[in-house]
Structure formats: structure tokens, C-alpha cells
Design a binder for this molecule. Structure first.
Ligand SMILES: NC(=O)c1ccc[n+]([C@@H]2O[C@H](COP(=O)([O-])OP(=O)(O)OC[C@H]3O[C@@H](n4cnc5c(N)ncnc54)[C@H](O)[C@@H]3O)[C@@H](O)[C@H]2O)c1
Length: 315
């Protein structure tokens, strides 16, 4: 009978610091772009009217992971999280299960980390200020990772003043209005995607936008014209064009595949990044299983070094 470690939410976050998450997620995009890491498309299992389940597999680094995660939007009304689930990590040598990880902690870290990687890679070289629009769970982790990427000044905007205030206080940033946030060099949007928080009139030369909130069909954080006018980047074209910030512009015929560059292609130097300092860039993150794999791999290494707390499950 196998005995495997189980990492709860707090154990995940204690074992992998934002700085390491950023490097690991960057490396995951590089390996995926080189074809070393593999990731079949995610599978949705509808659970209407409550929400849906998503199965997200990936393989690399001698590991295979399956993330089994929810989106149950009405759950906060029951005192439960919208996103919850578990990641099963197995060995690609012999197929043996190696660990079970809390999906919320891994998702928070890997989502925040990609915001930092996108800013490092796509923002102007002289960018110094950053903003988070939507300071909830994942916005907070985006902010923590942007600070880890040395964005020491920034603005937190959220219609919930407590959310903005708590995050700004933690990060050492300012609380501001939406206009203050959009005046920063790097703007990371992590709202539920029900209303537009970036309008075409607000675009200006040199701005970098990272859009993280629209991670499923029907969600968008920017007007379609914003997407149509920016130099475009995404985590993965299939996901981004079908259930991301790009979807509306693609469906309207305003954006085609050739106009969009995947982040990994930029990281390995196969495609150019920011076209010019005065360009306006937009990165669409929908969330990839390779990002989860990157964090799980870091977690298992920390555990082998005796630096990650774990329970045990006997299978
Ligand atoms: N791209 C990814 O990999 C990824 C990963 C996880 C979550 N997400 C998505 O990110 C979004 C946020 O998730 P969360 O778990 O942080 O949710 P959350 O409910 O914890 O936080 C959302 C925050 O947005 C704020 N908000 C709502 N409307 C706003 C507006 N118009 N302007 C500014 N702020 C506004 C809310 O007050 C809240 O604080 C969701 O759509 C979720 O599906 C994406």
C-alpha cells in the first residue's frame, strides 16, 4: 500500500515563495514552448446550475499531474470557495501516485506568478509602477508576485474598499480609483469578468495590460476595441481564443491567430515581444496546467529537502 504526502493550502503557500513561483512558471512556459512539457486541452464537466468541473492534465519534469478543480460561482453564498479541488501528482517512470496537493494554493501561486512573468517580459523596460484592478484572492497573489518582481510602487483598485485597502497595506502600495490604476505602467486585471474595466479611450502608448479575470466563456474585462488595438500575447491560443479575453475580438472577426503571440514563444526568442516602447501590449491569461505542474514540482522538491509540511494518505 502506497503512502503519499498530502499538501494542504497553507503548506503549499509556505513551501513555495512568490520569487520561486515566478521562476518556475517562467521555466514551464519555456519547456512547453520547446515541446519538452506536454499539456492536452482541459476537459469541462458541466454541473449546471451550480457550476462546472475542469480536468487539467500536464506532464513534464518526470511528473504527470491532473488538476481536478471547480468553478461554482454561487458558492460564496454558502460560505464555500468558488474554486476548489485537488491535484494528483504521479510519476511518469512507473505511474505511481506521488502526492496530492490542494488546488487553491497552487492556483493562487501560479496565477500570481504569470502576472509577474508577463510584466517582466512584455512591459516597457523602464516600467516602474504596477496596478491591480480587482483585489480579491487572485488579485492579491498577482500583487504579491509583482512586488516579488520588484514593482515597489503601485495602485490597488477595487469597488470593495476593504479589499483594496488590505492589499495596498500589505504590498506597501496606494489605494486608488480605476483611473489611478490605469495610469500605471503595468495594469493587471483580476475581476470576475462581468463588466468592462478597461475602455478603448483609456489606452495610451507604453501601457502593458495583463488580463487574468476572463478565464472562461462569456467573461471579459476590456472592451473588444481594446483587444483589437493592442499588440497581443496570450498563454495558449486555443484556450485564450475560446474562453479568454481574446474571445470577443476573435468572434467579432477583429483578431486572427497570426496577430497573437504565445508567451512561451517570446521567452524562447522564437517570436518578438513588445514591438516598441510606445506600443500598448495586452497579455491574456486563461491559466494552464503547465503552471500548476511547475508549482507541484517545486513543492515536491521542497518536500524532499524536508522544507514542506505534509500529511500522509494511505492508498
Ligand atoms: N487566469 C487565471 O489563471 C485565473 C486563475 C484563477 C482565477 N481567475 C479568474 O480571476 C477572477 C477573479 O478571481 P478571484 O478568485 O480573485 O475572485 P474574488 O471574488 O476573490 O475577487 C474578485 C475581486 O474583483 C472585485 N471586482 C468586482 N468587480 C470589479 C470591478 N468592476 N472593478 C474592479 N474590481 C472589481 C471584487 O470586489 C473582488 O474583490 C475570476 O474571474 C476567476 O475565474 C483566473
Amino acid at each position: 500500500m502506497a503512502e503519499i504526502p498530502v499538501f494542504d493550502h497553507d503548506a503549499v503557500l509556505a513551501a513555495v515563495a512568490p520569487e520561486e513561483a515566478i521562476e518556475r512558471v517562467r521555466d514551464a512556459f519555456v519547456r512547453f514552448a520547446h515541446g519538452e512539457w506536454r499539456m492536452p486541452p482541459k476537459v469541462y464537466l458541466d454541473a449546471a446550475p451550480n457550476g462546472d468541473f475542469r480536468a487539467m492534465p500536464a506532464a513534464g519534469d518526470g511528473l504527470a499531474v491532473l488538476k481536478w478543480v471547480t468553478s461554482f460561482p454561487a458558492n460564496p453564498g454558502r460560505g464555500l470557495p468558488v474554486v476548489t479541488g485537488v491535484i494528483c501528482v504521479s510519476s511518469v517512470e512507473d505511474g505511481e501516485p506521488l502526492a496530492l496537493c490542494d488546488a487553491r494554493g497552487v492556483t493562487a501561486l501560479r496565477t500570481g506568478a504569470v502576472a509577474a512573468v508577463a510584466a517582466q517580459e512584455l512591459a516597457r523596460e523602464d516600467a516602474t509602477s504596477a496596478a491591480v484592478v480587482g483585489c480579491g484572492l487572485h488579485g492579491a497573489w498577482a500583487g504579491r508576485c509583482l512586488v516579488a518582481a520588484e514593482y515597489a510602487e503601485g495602485v490597488c483598485f477595487d469597488p470593495d474598499p476593504d479589499a483594496a485597502g488590505a492589499l495596498a497595506g500589505e504590498l506597501g502600495w496606494e489605494v486608488g480609483g480605476r483611473e489611478d490604476a490605469l495610469a500605471c505602467d503595468v495594469v493587471t486585471c483580476v475581476t470576475p469578468g462581468h463588466e468592462r474595466v478597461v475602455g478603448a479611450r483609456e489606452l495610451r502608448p507604453g501601457l502593458h495590460l495583463s488580463m487574468l479575470g476572463a478565464d472562461g466563456p462569456g467573461k471579459a474585462e476590456a472592451e473588444v476595441e481594446v483587444v483589437a488595438r493592442c499588440a497581443l500575447f496570450c498563454d495558449e491560443w486555443e484556450q485564450a481564443s475560446h474562453g479568454g479575453e481574446l474571445t470577443g475580438a476573435v468572434e467579432a472577426g477583429l483578431v486572427v491567430r497570426e496577430q497573437v503571440t504565445e508567451l512561451g514563444e517570446v521567452l524562447i526568442g522564437r517570436a518578438p515581444g513588445r514591438p516598441a516602447p510606445e506600443a500598448t501590449t495586452l497579455f491574456d491569461s486563461t491559466g494552464l496546467a503547465i503552471q500548476d505542474l511547475a508549482i507541484c514540482s517545486a513543492l515536491l522538491e521542497a518536500h524532499r529537502r524536508g522544507e514542506a509540511r505534509a500529511g500522509l494518505a494511505r492508498l
